[in-house]
Design a protein around this ligand. Structure first.
Ligand code: SF4
Length: 339
């Protein structure tokens, strides 16, 4: 057997054995139910496991099946997702559930190709679900996997380049063919999350140490090779928390960012240009960092009485019930009663 084949076999066996001994006890690993694997995969995108876990538990308790989710109100779905960010994920889960309910009797699809046709599901998520649930031999390649392969092979190409992506795909395809896919996919994810982390990989406890080129050369910090990031844009807003004579507060659903469609927020200055506001005072400022931009917001309170199609006047309990963008929710919760 060639060195390449020996190495390939070793990687798969060592990785799967390590996973079985070291995997975290997570609720979506209790069984290989496609719905819970799907929800967990979507929630875990761009989000730490510790952050998404309470959301996952609440979601599954409220909507334990695809049919339950399909018949839920979108406002409730958005409210459940509030604070988790990347809100299109929630809208797409709901859309896909409705589609499966109307076209497949509320049953999840059972192959990579079919799963890939659902809203909000790209190649990584489809491969993760198909391999974990159905043991289909399709590799799930995300940032964690790219980092691990780049270090294992000391990959000299910039990680997002097509040459690097082809290299990673070829490697992953050759490994998954030799593997038990549901173990292999989760083992790669777990290794990237717990051991081969972006900063300070824990090579002393890595099952792949003896086959890792970066470890042998002590160049782990050099991989993956990345492009220099452009600075994220900063957007500045004046934002108004307005009360009317009935003590109600003005909210709007107009968002400059499509990702936040469906969520309420306090109105901003350019929405209120022709509005008479009295007793205005500045009450604070907030910096909110997204992955793609930074909001610098100055908050004002004031009094106003007007009707406008884009404004919804709500009392305190309605405001707590509605889905609201988390930057505004956080500021409002810190504020205390407004006089
Ligand atoms: Fe990552 Fe270190 Fe393991 Fe190599 S030995 S795969 S760098 S954790």
């Amino acid at each position: 057997m060639s060195w390449y084949n020996v190495r390939m076999e070793k990687i798969v066996i060592q990785l799967e054995e390590w996973y079985l001994k070291n995997k975290r006890d997570l609720p979506f690993r209790k069984n290989r139910d496609p719905y819970s694997v799907w929800v967990s995969e979507i929630m875990a995108q761009q989000t730490r496991i510790e952050t998404m876990l309470p959301y996952f538990e609440r979601w599954m308790a409220k909507w334990p099946t695809i049919t339950d989710l399909a018949v839920a109100d979108i406002q409730e779905v958005l409210k459940m997702w509030e604070g988790l960010g990347y809100y299109n994920r929630a809208r797409n889960l709901h859309k896909a559930a409705i589609y499966l309910y109307e076209n497949n009797e509320g049953v999840f699809y059972d192959s990579y190709e079919k799963i890939l046709t659902l809203p909000g599901i790209g190649p990584y998520t489809a491969a993760a679900i198909a391999s974990i649930v159905y043991d289909e031999k399709v590799p799930a390649i995300d940032g964690n996997v790219c980092r691990v392969v780049a270090r294992l092979d000391a990959l000299a190409e910039e990680i997002s380049s097509s040459t690097a992506q082809r290299h990673i795909e070829t490697r992953m395809k050759s490994w998954i063919i030799e593997s038990t896919p549901h173990l292999f996919t989760q083992a790669m994810m777990e290794l990237g999350a717990l051991v081969c982390t972006p900063q300070s990989p824990d090579c002393a406890h890595c099952p792949l140490q003896d086959t890792c080129v970066a470890f042998r050369e002590r160049t782990m910090a050099d991989y993956p090779i990345k492009k220099t990031k452009a600075p994220v844009p900063i957007e500045s807003y004046d934002c108004f928390i307005l009360k009317n004579s009935e003590g109600k507060i003005a909210l709007t659903q107009q968002n400059d960012d499509n990702l936040m469609n469906g969520y309420y927020r306090f109105p901003i200055k350019n929405q209120l240009e022709r509005t008479m506001i009295s007793d205005i005072r500045k009450i604070g400022a907030q910096k909110h960092v997204f992955s793609h931009k930074v909001w610098m917001t100055e908050y004002y309170i004031g009094k106003a009485d007007f009707q406008d199609d884009s404004i919804l006047w709500v009392n305190e309990s309605e405001l707590n019930e509605l889905p609201m963008i988390s930057a505004h929710r956080k500021f409002y919760q810190k504020l205390g009663p407004i006089q």
